[in-house]
Design a protein around this ligand. Sequence first.
Ligand code: PHE
Length: 349
Amino acid sequence: MKEKIEQMCNQAKEKIAEVKKSNELQELKIKYLGKKGEITSILRGMSELKPEERPAIGSLVNKVRDKLEELIKEKENEFKQKEIQEKLEKEKIDITLPSTKIKRGSKHPINRIIEEIEDLFVSMGYDVVAGPELETDEFCFERLNLPKGHPARDMQDSFYITNEYLLRTQTSAVQARTMLAKKGIEPIRMLCTGKTYRREDDATHSHQFNQVEGLVIDKKENNVSLADLKGTLEVFVRKLIGDNLDLRFRPSYFPFTEPSYEVDVTCFKCGGKGCALCKKTGWIEVLGAGIVHPNVLKINGYNPEEYGGFAFGTGIDRLAMFKYAIPDMRYLYANDVRFLNQFDRRDID
Ligand code: PHE
């Protein structure tokens, strides 16, 4: 019996030492240590032994089992290590390889202009502020001298949410908000850019567009005048679009300014000679502007005898069309990368 066990043990050791694959090792494990394996069958045969032989054989079998378990475990670890090693070799990363190019976005032309305008006016001492896009009738119209039923409201046929709330049709709403917020801490030098909404949609109008608004209010004795407004707008247009542009002030009407002007600039396409774009006039209308109406001062808590100033506003999308010669405003909102790529000053691929 003892020899039989030792023989089995040696044979098992040899086979374990020779085994090359993990599944073969599992087979050996079952063959020797499994429920129906050789060790179990020897233990079962113990009953046939004489009682005095049993302890010695029993302890020999246990020793053999422990030894085989140990050897199998070692071999299993060896296979595991090998597997990890092979995986590491296979998945090696070459960090010296050139990287794949990542496509980057670029700043939207509207945002480029907004930043340029804001920087310019900050350099002239203005505060840059923002107002809500969902605005009240009160701030969008009433506080700007446009009471309910005023015919000038029709020009801004709007997206009403309720009777009181609408998507703002003009950033002029921020004029009233600023006047209230700055009461007692004037002078006001305010610049605001933001989205505005009207019910229109064609090559030169979009139902959502961007405006820039400026407002200056100061004590009467500081003489903020039309000359200041003209000088400011000249700097604005020349810095933003072109040095050689001239401005023309045409009388116009806005309920919140008096006198009011529409400001034209030299046609950037023909240089003022007259072409299809400027309808042979040599001028293109760009801005609305004027001296703040006494009613607006009064409604927002400023005495028109004591205070005065000017306001101006324009569409940023139109400025972008002039600056970059964009033929259709809707390109600005189509998110076509072929269009947007043209404004990326970085690398070309
Ligand atoms: N809010 C006017 C518009 O949308 C523009 C404007 C602003 C005119 C400020 C005068 C003063 O047409």
